[in-house]
Design a protein around this ligand. Structure first.
Ligand code: APR
Length: 244
C-alpha cells in the first residue's frame, strides 16, 4: 500500500534499531534521475524491445551493431543523469552494505563506496572473446560496434552481465554473505523477478532479516516483505534512512 506516516515511521524505527543493514537496489532507484527502467509498463526497455536481442550473447552474435547502438543510447541517457535524493540518502549511510543490480555510476557519484555490483558496470567495454582487453567508455560519446583492437577475435561489448551469463563470482559470494548475515534487508526499486539476484531477498528473510520493500509498484518482493512502502525511492529513502 502507499507509504503512510505510520509505515514510514515504522520503517525508520526498524532502520534506526538495525545492526547490520543491506540495501539491495534495482533500476527504480535511478528512475527519478531519468534513467530508464526495464519492466515499467509503457516506457520500460523490455516493454519495447526483446531483451534477448539486446542483452544476451545470442543477440550480440546476431546483430552486434544493434546491441552497441542500444548501449550507446543508454550511455548517453546516463551521462545526462545525476544522483537523486535516494542515492544521496544512501551515501549518507556508509554503514549500509550496498548491493545493486544497476550498472550506472549514480551510487558512486553520490558518494557510496564498496558497492557490490551483481550485473557489472556500463561504463566499460571488454573483448567478447575474453582476451582481457578492456576500455573505459566516454559516456557522452559512446563508441559503436568494433572488433577487439587487441586480439581481433571478437567484438567489444559492455562490461555488464547479460542474460545467460554468470554473475561475477566474487560479487555474488559477497552479496550472499551479506544477505545471510544482516538483520535488515531494504529492497528498493526492483521488480525482483530476475534470478539469482532476486533470490537474495528470500535468503535474507530465511536468515531472520526484516525485509523492507521500497517500490513504486507491487513487485516479486511484495509477498515476503515485512513492510512494503509503495512510492518513489527519492521521496521514501531520505525519510527512512535519516539518522536520529
Ligand atoms: N521509485 C521506486 N521504484 C520505482 C520507481 C521509483 N521512482 N520507478 C520505478 N520503480 C520500480 C518499478 O515499479 C519496478 O518494480 O522499479 C522497478 C524496476 O524494475 P525493472 O525495470 O524490472 O528493473 P530491475 O528490477 O532492476 O531489473 C533487474 O533485469 O533486465 C535485467 O539486468 C537487468 O539488472 C536488471 C534486472
Amino acid at each position: 500500500m502507499a507509504a503512510t506516516a505510520e509505515t514510514l515511521a515504522a520503517a525508520a524505527r526498524i532502520v534506526r534499531e538495525g545492526k547490520k543493514i543491506v540495501c539491495f537496489s534495482g533500476a527504480g532507484l535511478s528512475a527519478p534521475s531519468g534513467v530508464g527502467t526495464f519492466r515499467d509498463p509503457g516506457d520500460g526497455w523490455w516493454s519495447r524491445h526483446d531483451p534477448m536481442k539486446l542483452a544476451s550473447p545470442e543477440g550480440f552474435a546476431e546483430d552486434p551493431d544493434l546491441v552497441m547502438k542500444w548501449y550507446a543510447a543508454r550511455r548517453r541517457q546516463m551521462a545526462e543523469a545525476d544522483p537523486n535524493a535516494a542515492h544521496l540518502a544512501l551515501a549518507h549511510r556508509p554503514d549500509l552494505i550496498q548491493i545493486t543490480q544497476n550498472t550506472d555510476d549514480l551510487l558512486d557519484r553520490a558518494g557510496c563506496t564498496d558497492i557490490i555490483r551483481l550485473h557489472g558496470s556500463i561504463n566499460g567495454d571488454r573483448c567478447h572473446a575474453n582476451c582481457g582487453h578492456v576500455e573505459m567508455i566516454d559516456m557522452h560519446d559512446p563508441p559503436g560496434h568494433r572488433s577487439c583492437p587487441c586480439c581481433g577475435a571478437a567484438g567489444m561489448r559492455p562490461t555488464v552481465v547479460w542474460f545467460g551469463e554468470a554473475l561475477p563470482a566474487g560479487a555474488w559470494s559477497e552479496a550472499e554473505d551479506a544477505a545471510r548475515n544482516c538483520d535488515v534487508f531494504i529492497v528498493v526499486g526492483t521488480s525482483a523477478v530476475v534470478y539469482p539476484a532476486a533470490g537474495l531477498i528470500a535468503a535474507a528473510g530465511h536468515s531472520g532479516a526484516t525485509i523492507i520493500v521500497v517500490n513504486r509498484d507491487p513487485s516479486g518482493a511484495s509477498e515476503i516483505a515485512h513492510l512494503e512502502l509503495l512510492g518513489s525511492a527519492d521521496e521514501i529513502l531520505p525519510e527512512i534512512l535519516a539518522e536520529g
